[in-house]
Design a protein. Structure first.
Length: 368
């Protein structure tokens, strides 16, 4: 991103850059987090581990990601192993982590790296961005962290640090443009430990420069921080007022039989929750006037509507679900569309339902 004129002026004044980096890296050497995707002994990080963790960490917290990361590298120790995996297995193991397009692209990317690059991740951001699911941030992170090459890596932690360090007044998300400019100044193609520098900023944001009650008293860069000097740290980053998320409405149909089987639905490969296995539903509506459209005809089932509703929050909307349950004699004896799957109820947990379906399932479980 080009640095505008105001940032160029700042660049000239940034005589603290060398000292800033020295202080930050010194702190990192003594305080860095121990994370399962970080190498403890190798000269460079494992590119497969860096890529896998960065994809999982998008819009997801470190504590949530750790067990998934460990499970994936246990099942698929290398990118070639992941490429050879069955797509349904990958989607099932991803269930619960959310943002399921990441899982689809993860598998596609593993195949591309294996088939087109011999199982070796490209080392430059331009080539990395040609791979499925890899954009500006992830390509910079892999380039910097895995291959120790200069790159401007900006995640949510870096957003917060730069906003406070330079007292960025532009409310986010527009303020991200200024963040990138300042972060680029501080990186500036420098070859002094770019991998450690990128991870140091992430750790500082996670451990010290936190969203609430930042630990400015132990911050290694507080002497350079404009917001700290002004006593206004918690006012930054400034954010535009949040818009209320629209609400959508839908029905969830839970069908079991007397032999302990459960009806599931394989969702289309494209779209929200694409390729995932879930409970039968339909297109979610913008109004409460949702048509009753169960997967099993009325004459074959007596439907019970639960009094309690289930709710789930997606990135762009909230979903209110009315839950219907029924139990029939034998699921195998009725005609069903090819997208339906019949599994034993005891296997539901193993299947790995996405969280949006786990909620109504657990709500109805006491009636099954």
């Amino acid at each position: 991103m080009p640095i505008n004129e105001s940032l160029k002026k700042v660049q000239k004044k940034c005589n603290f850059i060398d000292a800033f980096r020295v202080d930050l890296l010194s702190w990192y050497d003594n305080n860095h987090r121990s994370l399962p995707w970080r190498s403890q002994s190798a000269a460079h990080e494992n590119p497969y581990h860096v890529w896998l963790s960065e994809i999982m960490l998008q819009q997801t917290t470190v504590p949530t990601v750790i067990p998934y990361f460990l499970k994936f590298i246990d099942l698929w120790p290398s990118v070639e192993d992941l490429a050879a995996a069955n797509n349904d297995d990958v989607m099932r193991e991803w269930a619960g982590l959310g943002y399921y397009a990441r899982a689809r692209n993860l598998h596609k990317c593993a195949k591309a790296v294996t088939e087109e690059y011999g199982g070796k991740f490209p080392q430059d951001a331009k080539t990395l961005k040609k791979l499925p699911g890899i954009g500006d941030y992830t390509s910079a992170a892999i380039t910097s962290i895995a291959f120790d090459k200069p790159a401007t890596v900006v995640d949510g932690n870096v957003d917060r640090i730069m906003a406070r360090l330079f007292k960025i007044e532009t409310p986010f998300p527009k303020g991200k443009a200024d963040v990138w400019g300042y972060a680029e100044i501080l990186s500036d193609g420098r070859k002094d430990r770019p991998s450690a520098y990128a991870q140091a900023l992430m750790d500082l944001g996670s451990m010290v420069c936190t969203p609430r009650t930042p630990k400015c008293g132990v911050c290694p860069i507080s002497q350079y921080c404009a917001a700290y000097k002004a006593g206004e740290v918690e006012l930054y980053p400034k954010k535009a007022p949040k818009k209320k998320k629209p609400r959508r409405y839908g029905h969830i149909y839970i069908v079991t039989d007397i032999k302990g089987r459960l009806l599931l639905e394989k969702r289309p490969d494209k779209g929200l929750l694409g390729g995932m296995t879930g409970l039968p539903t339909h297109e979610w509506c913008e109004t409460e006037d949702v048509a009753f459209a169960p997967p099993v005809e009325a004459e074959e089932a007596a439907w019970l509507r639960l009094n309690e509703k289930a709710y789930h929050v997606f990135t762009h909307f909230e979903l209110e679900m009315t839950v219907y349950t029924t139990k029939i004699d034998d699921l195998l004896s009725i005609s069903l569309n090819s997208n339906y799957i019949i599994e034993n109820i005891d296997e539901a947990d193993r299947i790995g339902l996405p969280t949006v379906f786990k909620k109504p399932y657990l709500l109805a479980k006491k009636t099954l």
